[in-house]
Design a protein around this ligand. Structure first.
Ligand code: PA5
Length: 453
């Protein structure tokens, strides 16, 4: 870990004593987190256990139905999409959709996520709808982006295959007790899965939100939950030196309080790149808050940034090395990549090229990471590394859980509610108002009264 003063110089690092100065706050935070779990307020902590049986059922459902479909499409946004993307990129073949052999009988996966008209139209007109199933994911059951995607996909299915086909081509993943999606799903005879009320969107990857598309693409979702359960066990201690989620939170918090609010996550493995996107949402939406729990305006929250090694060495690294002292870089590194690829030898007489031959791409990427790390240290830049022995469902489950728990402790440090998202809701409500959704007239009035350009 290169966030300690011994390594990086007094000016921009932390001593063991700095970390230990957070001990009491960690102990108090741990107590509060465990009490909230007991009270049923931290649903994400229950998932490794509570979703074991659900994962089994989803796996059986996916295996029994996968042959009916060539395409599995997730309709959702934010916490209802990013986990699906992260899982697919991390655990399936890099060209899964293009490579039939790699798919091993499972359907292709598409997560349009956005409501860009060009992209969505392009997707819908490309797919053979008779061989496509859509998972409509919305906890609130009303998010404009998701519901407009659903309306459009449904209309196309009805036009091509008839009203009766809807139940066979749409799954609904939503709240069991509230929102419009559950009503629609029941009316249409859609298969339904539920998002527990006490699990927020960005904490829901290990509910049916992330598990269904993963199971339909052959990912071992039971291992994913086992990884999370393992991390939960490790992290059930208030000793911050033994608890990776808490140590991570302490280091990130110290950095933020010390004028380094930019928290860069930089995987050195392409399959981990969308974990950084998932992390970006988790950190931003959970920790970026105006009010503390007493209602005082605090305007807190680090800014999560995603980068990718080695690609961003040639884009962002210059800034990270020599720009403002406002960042902490978290590298994600992999001990054993899924594949080994040799760099072909050649041009023996040109030493500036031939030295590469005989090495592997694995070595090259690993060396690039270590070189970037050392260059950051030389420049007194804070950085730390999360190491994956290998990228598999078990380690990815650990990663998700560790960061979710870190987020909960960060919430304790900032004394904020890390589990709501009033800023996001406000934007949604303005959009509903402008689009004239019933009940949001006041938002439209406010919108119309906004200062003109
Ligand atoms: O984390 C969150 O709560 C949000 O990002 C939501 O996931 C996102 O806004 C989508 O909401 P919903 O699932 O209700 O459609």
């Amino acid at each position: 870990n290169n966030m300690f003063a011994e390594t990086v110089g007094e000016e921009h690092g932390y001593t063991k004593a700095d970390v230990d100065s957070m001990k009491e706050r960690v102990i108090a935070g741990h107590k509060a987190i465990r009490a909230a779990k007991e009270a049923g307020d931290l649903g994400f902590m229950e998932l490794p256990e509570s979703h074991k049986a659900i994962a089994k059922e989803i796996k059986e459902y996916a295996d029994a139905n996968k042959d009916k479909y060539d395409n599995f499409v997730v309709l959702g946004i934010g916490g209802s999409a990013l986990g699906n993307i992260a899982l697919q990129t991390a655990l399936n073949h890099p060209y899964y959709n293009l490579n039939k052999e790699a798919r091993n009988g499972y359907p292709r996966l598409f997560v349009p996520d956005n409501v860009d008209p060009t992209r969505l139209k392009g997707l819908l007109e490309t797919l053979d709808l008779s061989r496509t199933v859509f998972n409509v994911i919305s906890k609130s059951g009303g998010t404009a982006e998701t519901m407009s995607q659903f309306l459009t996909a449904r209309a196309m299915v009805v036009e091509e295959l008839g009203e009766d086909a809807v139940g066979n081509h749409f799954i609904a993943t939503t709240s069991q007790h509230s929102g419009n999606l559950i009503k629609i799903a029941k009316e249409e005879g859609m298969k339904t899965y539920y998002i527990p009320e006490n699990v927020g969107g960005r904490f829901s990857v290990m509910t049916p939100v992330g598990l269904i598309s993963a199971a339909f693409t052959g990912i071992d979702i039971e291992e994913l939950l086992a990884g999370a359960a393992y991390m939960d066990e490790i992290c059930n201690t208030d000793d911050l030196w033994k608890n990776p989620a808490y140590l991570n939170a302490v280091l990130q918090y110290l950095a933020d309080q010390d004028g380094k609010p930019m928290s860069v996550m930089m995987p050195y493995a392409h399959d981990l790149k969308d974990l950084a996107d998932w992390y970006r949402q988790l950190w931003a939406e959970s920790l970026g808050k105006k009010y503390d729990r007493q209602g005082k305006v605090v305007n807190v929250g680090p800014t999560p940034v995603k980068a990718l090694g080695a690609t961003d060495q040639h884009s962002q690294a210059q800034l990270y090395m020599e720009g403002p002292f406002d960042k902490v870089v978290t590298f994600l590194e992999v001990d054993n990549y899924k594949e080994t690829l040799e760099i072909a030898p050649g041009y023996k007489d040109i030493s500036g090229v031939s030295y590469l031959g005989g090495h592997t791409f694995n070595e090259l990427l690993t060396v690039e990471k270590k070189a970037t790390e050392l260059a950051l240290v030389d420049n007194n830049r804070l950085n730390c590394t999360v190491t994956f022995p290998e990228v598999n469902a078990f380690t990815i489950g650990q990663f998700f859980y560790m960061y979710e728990l870190s987020t909960a402790l960060m919430g304790e440090f900032y004394d904020i509610n890390a589990f709501d998202q009033p800023g996001v809701e406000l934007g949604k409500q303005y959009a509903y108002g402008v689009l004239e959704r019933e009940g949001f007239a006041e938002m439209k009035e406010k919108f119309d009264a906004r200062p003109k350009k």
